[in-house]
Design a protein around this ligand. Structure first.
Ligand code: 5GP
Length: 111
């Protein structure tokens, strides 16, 4: 999508503090961190939200989970929270699927 901020990060049009990437996923620090470690893990392919995933995207979600495990390890985190906001009412602002990896402090379940 032409005006998707995360697509622009993937293409290098917008800079980001990238902590991990492979051919399918990218992980970069959130610009407005809510915890000492706050990293966003995204598919490089534009998928709007969990609601838009198809059967063929299931391996991609596995890659995102593997990336979360890798990023947490790289950050030295044994405990962390993964959050995927889905839809505006649930707090999704950027309409490109992303998983928040939060850690470095005690975290409650957000509601
Ligand atoms: P959402 O509320 O959609 O689940 O989360 C979107 C996240 O993207 C927010 O935590 C916000 O701070 C982050 N974000 C928005 N624009 C940018 C950007 O240009 N760069 C980075 N690194 N993070 C961004």
């Amino acid at each position: 999508m032409a005006d998707c901020v995360f697509d622009k990060i993937v293409s290098g049009q917008i800079p980001a503090d990238i902590v991990f990437q492979d051919d399918k996923v990218m992980a970069f620090r959130d610009i407005n961190p809510k915890a000492p470690v706050h990293i966003l893990i995204i598919p490089k392919k534009h998928v709007v939200s969990v609601n838009d995933l198809t059967e063929e995207d299931l391996p991609l979600m596995g890659r995102m989970m593997a990336a979360a495990q890798k990023v947490a390890s790289l950050q030295g985190l044994k405990a962390y929270k993964l959050v995927i906001n889905t839809g505006a009412e649930a707090g999704q602002v950027v309409m490109h699927l992303h998983m928040h990896l939060l850690g470095g402090k005690r975290l409650e379940i957000p509601v």
